[in-house]
Design a protein around this ligand. Structure first.
Ligand SMILES: Nc1ncnc2c1ncn2[C@@H]1O[C@H](COP(=O)(O)OP(=O)(O)OP(=O)(O)O)[C@@H](O)[C@H]1O
Ligand SMILES: [Mg+2]
Length: 303
């Protein structure tokens, strides 16, 4: 398979960032790809690239050994919202209230021979609050939030995604946390019987995810989100204790949210009726913020 420009760009970008580990891994993957090719030029280039990586690794072995394996706070982010900031449909709020009780008092559930919730999957249109819910669970349960966007875990190199996934799960160890796996459909893709390289790679990734989900420490609550529930593998779906749908808000709920935000940001309520709030809380928020900016600018211009 010929090397794609994006692969070379990736190699150069990791060199430019000074990220040795990424650079070596990328170069090694490229070397492997070149060595698989039939052309003798490609194979010679592959051998030289591999020899280069090996000698560089040896040269920097001492420095590499001095470094910690992985920063302990890998992927840790500060939760940006709590449940008091979120507008949730009643059924969703009730499910999440139960989940919060289970993760805050797991021993009580275990006394009743019940396993506390370990994984939830939230699906629905963009901007309805799926990611925000993971933040709220972490904030209100005072747990660390470890976040991985699927694009951070996937690699265009065959076989390079599964180790990244394992690393991410390992990095959480056994310490209590909320682990957010955003846009999880790419990692939990429905397996099929097609024999293409892509289908095989997707199958491997899903299998790795299933193993990681099964091996996950009970102190971890996994919150996975997706806009594409139909793409998620059925065996993966069974691993989730709750599959929660976030619907689009009703017009009246949007109106209430807009009024609430307008009051909070001192926006003249008279302008509300002229605003296009869009279809989601996210677009509603953007419309209000834009109106607040206009109001401030008008005020400054009038001074
Ligand atoms: N249910 C909600 N209640 C209050 N605010 C919300 C809600 N949903 C979304 N928002 C606002 O919209 C912003 C984007 O929401 P969020 O990122 O959680 O959406 P999402 O469903 O994860 O979208 P995507 O599928 O695009 O990732 C939030 O930061 C929040 O300000
Ligand atoms: Mg999201």
């Amino acid at each position: 398979m010929p090397i794609k420009p994006a692969q070379l760009a990736g190699l150069l970008a990791s060199a430019r960032r000074g990220n040795d580990k990424d650079f070596y891994n990328t170069a090694e993957a490229l070397a492997t790809q070149l060595l698989r090719n039939i052309g003798s030029d490609d194979r010679a280039l592959g051998s030289r690239l591999r020899a280069f990586v090996e000698s560089e690794r040896k040269l920097h072995a001492e420095e590499v050994l001095d470094l910690p394996e992985e920063p302990i706070d890998k992927g840790v982010v500060t939760p940006r919202v709590g449940f008091e900031d979120l507008r949730l449909p009643r059924r969703v709020a009730e499910t999440l209230r139960q989940v919060m009780l289970e993760i805050q008092h797991p021993e009580i559930y275990r006394e009743h021979n019940l396993k506390p919730t370990r994984a939830i999957l939230i699906h629905g249109p963009s901007g309805t609050g799926k990611t925000s819910i993971a933040h709220a669970i972490a904030k209100d349960s005072k747990r660390l939030l470890r976040m991985a966007v699927s694009s951070d875990l996937t690699s265009e190199y065959m076989g390079a995604t599964s180790p990244k996934i394992r690393d991410f799960f390992k990095s959480a160890g056994a310490s209590p946390c909320v682990m957010l796996l955003d846009e999880c459909d790419t990692l939990l893709h429905s397996r099929n019987t097609q024999r293409t390289n892509t289908a095989r790679e997707e199958g491997d990734i899903t299998n790795t995810m299933l193993q990681c989900l099964d091996a996950m420490h009970p102190n971890i609550l996994l919150v996975a989100t997706t806009n594409l529930l139909d793409c998620v593998d059925s065996a993966a779906l069974r691993r989730f204790d709750h599959v929660i749908e976030m619907p689009l808000p009703s017009a009246s709920a949007m109106g209430r949210r807009a009024a609430e935000l307008a009051a909070r940001h001192k926006l003249n309520p008279a302008v509300l009726s002229d605003l296009d709030l869009g279809a989601t809380y996210a677009t509603c928020e953007l419309a209000i913020f834009a109106a607040v900016r206009r109001q401030i600018a008008d005020g400054l211009a009038a001074e």
